[in-house]
Design a protein around this ligand. Structure first.
Ligand code: NAD
Ligand code: TYD
Length: 339
């Protein structure tokens, strides 16, 4: 089985590459990644010499490069993680989100049609459903919840989702879609909430909490997300959407306090800052469908997952320090520039 994984040098994509090479040692995994600020090739260093792995630096919006790769590799499955993924960046500059997240998805699906890919899987987000009120804990996102986005990021992801379903209906492309809640774990880019707070707390720097800190996210350990996608690409029904989440809602301020406690740092570091524009209040996934249809259940409890994550950041300063300093952006040129 040949699988093209786009965005495999990012947070979830790299965890997925590791998972797949381990869980399916007979598969060939080809990672296509543009190496934007969020892509870090050093993350993939442990698998670069694996004969079942290939890395290709390319933009998913580049039709020629994508077509050439599909021609060479004749993939059975395509899993699209590649995206601009940070809400705050989308508020600063929406355009690149539309290009990568929507146009890039259409380029990948056109190549998938042309080359007879057996499954195109789109990795999406619960943010396409908008948000839920804090005073209605009985409400959850199901696959039937209407798309109702808040940020340029979530709108671009929703646009891509609609296009994926349209390619299935119009052209019969065999697609599946997953919409997952917030992930956390190793290799999470240090400008997202959990790694940002761990690293700033370690440096005794102030911890910027947006608004009142009461916004709720539904956190899932990244490995559980990877296992869900593995199940969907093998056993999921073509044309279907699967919500992925583990019923683990936490207010931002509680996560920040937990991190401070684990690191033995003072809550005086917490600084409330101006709220994010259009800030979604609460996300909460109902994962009944993926549980009933595919038998998926999250395996990592939050208490264990956050411990493992904090420990990982403590032990892997050599991964995040070059990111903080910006040095990692020269890594590809230095290591692979003449290859
Ligand atoms: P990330 O920002 O860490 O990684 C994105 C990767 O995509 C990077 O390696 C980057 O170099 C690559 N990329 C960006 N633009 C590209 C382009 N034009 N061509 C090729 N590669 C490109 O993101 P992540 O957090 O790992 O998220 C991966 C996917 O999962 C995204 O589609 C995101 O919407 C979705 N998702 C993320 C979360 C989360 O909590 N992080 C939750 C649900 C869904
Ligand atoms: P983030 O990690 O950006 O993920 P998303 O916006 O996709 O959910 O943010 C998670 C939550 O943390 C979100 O409610 C915004 C909040 N937040 C802060 O309070 N301070 C910060 O510095 C960051 C980056 C996020």
């Amino acid at each position: 089985m040949n699988i093209i994984v786009t965005g495999g040098a990012g947070f979830i994509g790299s965890n997925f590459v590791f998972h797949m090479l381990k869980a399916h040692p007979d598969y060939r995994i080809i990672c296509l990644d543009k190496l934007t600020y969020a892509g870090n090739l050093s993350t993939l260093e442990p698998v670069m010499s694996n004969p079942n792995f290939r890395f290709v630096k390319a933009d998913i919006c580049d039709k020629e490069a994508v077509d050439k790769l599909f021609e060479e590799e004749k993939p059975d499955i395509v899993v699209n993680f590649a995206a601009e993924s940070h809400v705050d960046r989308s508020i600063e500059n929406p355009q690149i989100f539309l290009e990568t997240n929507i146009i890039g998805t259409s380029v990948l699906m056109d190549a998938s049609r042309k080359h007879g890919v057996k499954r195109y899987h789109q990795v999406s987000t619960d943010e396409v459903y908008g948000d839920l009120p804090l005073d209605r804990p009985d409400l959850f996102f199901t696959e039937q919840t209407p798309i109702h986005t808040s940020s340029p990021y979530s709108s671009s992801k929703a646009g891509a989702d609609l296009l994926v379903l349209a390619y299935h209906r119009t052209y019969g492309l065999p697609v599946t879609l997953s919409r997952c809640s917030n992930n956390y774990g190793p290799y999470h880019f240090p400008e997202k909430l959990i790694p940002l707070m761990i690293i700033r707390a370690l440096h005794d720097e102030s911890l910027p909490v947006y608004g009142d800190g009461l916004n709720v996210r539904d956190w899932l350990y990244v490995e559980d997300h990877c296992k869900a996608i593995d199940l969907i690409i093998h056993n999921g029904k073509v044309g279907e959407v699967y919500n992925v989440g583990g019923h683990n809602e936490m207010a931002n301020i509680d996560i920040v306090k937990l991190i401070l406690k684990e690191l033995g740092k003072s809550e005086d570091l917490i600084t409330y800052v101006t709220d994010r524009a259009g800030h979604d209040r609460r996300y909460a996934i109902d994962p009944t469908k993926i549980h009933n249809d595919l038998g998926w259940l999250p395996e990592t409890k939050f208490a264990d997952g956050i411990d493992k994550t904090i420990k990982w950041y403590l032990e892997n300063e050599s991964w995040w320090q070059p990111i903080i300093s910006g040095e990692y952006q020269n890594y590809y040129e230095k290591m692979y520039g003449d290859k």
